[in-house]
Design a protein around this ligand. Structure first.
Ligand code: UGA
Length: 489
């Protein structure tokens, strides 16, 4: 690996060298015109961020309602900083939206495909219908040189198959190339992660594709962001490998929490001691209720499924255990609430704080919080849920649960309070004031986010997974990149 002074101009040696495999002599526009196909979480953020960097961007979605809302300046999900930036780029005229593939094909030099790859029904595999359709719709309409860039998370080998699909659908030969550019943004930090990524990964088949991507990301590269040039399968793998690693790290510390529970040791003290070792690091080493969301759970399952198809299932068999450890945390949280309730949940009033899969998000996909709330309800507890942002989504998907209009209403009369999503509002709550509202001062801190000493001083029985019955406050190291609530843009 070559080390150079300006990493922004660097390329990690990959398969393509300047001039080699130059498949076309098409010119490279200084500022390529960009389209973003699919305006969900990833696509909407990417479109807005790229327009904010000065590019002309056209966002496409097949959902007319979504397009109408974005055109009117409304972000259809909760993401700090994004509504403000959308307003700015709409006013600049650099970002427009459409539902027409004809318009997108005529407009773009570089097309970013950002459609979803959800878990297929009845299987752990990824559903690639939307990706295939987006590539085909574009390829069949393109009449000028264009780069089709996949950003969606896909099983390794998809780009190779899409290349064949695109070649078959293309009206004229030699105009289209395909590249992969995995995205690593986190919900809640989406704008910051898009504009200031840790790295860019360009999966390319030719020097022309690499140059087009460099032109499409010029301001980010000029800021010194490292870029890794890879072949297509490696670039597809980077994404699932990264998410699998993160999921494994979380389940690792939660597995240690299980061992702590059997020994009286304290997982928070353990985690903070491990975090001081730079080789381990404290990020994604936060014990608690575990991971959820639209990415980590489905990605580890799809990866394991794909590895089995490829005959290397054993290599990632540990991901099944990662998934199992994660699911056990949810059941164990229910156990703790039951313990605090005196061994029986029937008729016990439980305040469930949080519904979103993590704070700063209204996303409830595979949300541990709602899973736990529903398990408590199934055992006969009188559960009332409150979340600052995810109530509408939660109500739609979990209509069987009861919801409180405010934080105070939620905890009023509760016999056990369980913290399931660590919103700042919950972290900052005064245990004394909350204590006045509840029927009994009993707290299960499912996210290890509360000040144990302060709760115990205010007379609360405080319990957290993997911690002794009388735990002290232990500050877990927090990285500044995880602290930013509203991204600076
Ligand atoms: C994740 C990855 O972090 C992103 O890099 C990736 O781009 C994204 O998936 C994706 O594939 O699109 P995200 O799903 O937004 O991002 O959420 P994370 O911040 O990774 O959190 C995932 C879950 O892990 C949350 O439920 C969170 O509460 C939990 N978590 C996280 C822990 O339980 N402990 C930790 O230490 C960290």
């Amino acid at each position: 690996m070559s080390l150079v002074a300006n990493p922004g101009r660097s390329r990690v040696p990959g398969v393509i060298q300047e001039g080699e495999q130059m498949s076309t002599s098409h010119s490279i526009p200084e500022r390529p015109r960009l389209t973003v196909i699919g305006t969900g979480y990833l696509g909407a953020t990417h479109a807005v961020a790229m327009a904010s960097l000065g590019y002309e961007v056209l966002g496409l979605d097949v959902d007319q309602t979504k397009i109408d809302r974005l055109t009117a300046g409304t972000v259809p999900f909760f993401e700090p900083g994004l509504p403000e930036l959308l307003a700015e780029v709409l006013a600049s005229g650099r970002l427009k939206f459409t539902t027409s593939f004809d318009e997108a094909a005529a407009f773009g030099d570089v097309h970013f495909i950002c459609v979803g790859t959800p878990q297929a029904h009845g299987s752990h595999a990824a559903n690639l219908t939307y990706v295939e359709s987006a590539f085909t719709e574009l390829a069949s309409r393109i009449t000028k040189p264009a780069l089709l860039v996949g950003k969606s998370t896909v099983p390794v080998g998809t780009a190779a198959r899409l290349t064949e699909i695109v070649n078959a659908a293309a009206t004229k030969p030699g105009l289209i190339e395909l590249a992969w550019n995995p995205e690593f943004l986190r919900e809640g930090y989406a704008v910051q992660d898009t504009l200031h990524p840790d790295r860019l990964v360009f999966g390319v088949n030719s020097a022309w594709s690499e140059k087009m991507l460099r032109a499409a990301f010029a301001p980010i590269l000029e800021a010194g962001t490292p870029v890794v040039i890879a072949d297509l399968p490696t670039s597809e793998l980077v994404k699932v490998a990264a998410n699998s690693f993160l999921a494994t790290k979380i389940s690792y510390i939660n597995a240690m929490a299980e061992v702590c529970e059997a020994t009286g040791a304290d997982v928070n003290v353990l985690a903070s001691a491990l975090a001081y070792d730079n080789r381990i690091g404290g990020r994604f080493l936060k014990p608690g209720l575990g991971f959820g969301g639209g990415c980590l759970p489905k990605d580890i399952r799809a990866f394991a499924h794909r590895a089995e198809e490829l005959g290397v299932g054993q290599a990632v068999a540990f991901l099944h255990e990662v998934d199992e450890i994660n699911n056990r945390r949810r059941k164990r949280t229910v156990d703790l609430v039951r313990e605090l309730a005196g061994g029986e949940l029937k008729g016990v009033r439980v305040a469930a704080l949080g519904a979103a899969f993590k704070p700063n998000s209204d996303d409830i996909r595979d949300a541990p919080a709602l899973d736990v709330a529903d398990m408590l309800r199934a055992e006969g507890a009188d559960v009332i849920v409150y979340d600052p942002e995810a109530m509408d989504n939660a109500r739609r998907v979990y209509p069987q649960l009861t919801y409180a209009p405010t934080f105070a209403e939620c905890v009023k009369g509760a016999e056990v309070v369980v913290l399931l999503t660590e919103w700042q509002k919950f972290r900052e709550a005064d245990p004394e004031m909350m204590g006045v509202l509840v029927a009994r001062r009993a707290m299960v801190d499912g996210r290890h986010a509360l000040d144990a000493d302060a709760y115990r001083a205010a007379g609360w029985e405080y319990r957290a997974l993997g911690r002794p019955a009388q735990p002290r406050t232990v500050q877990l190291l927090e990285d500044e990149k995880d602290q930013v609530m509203v991204p600076a843009v």
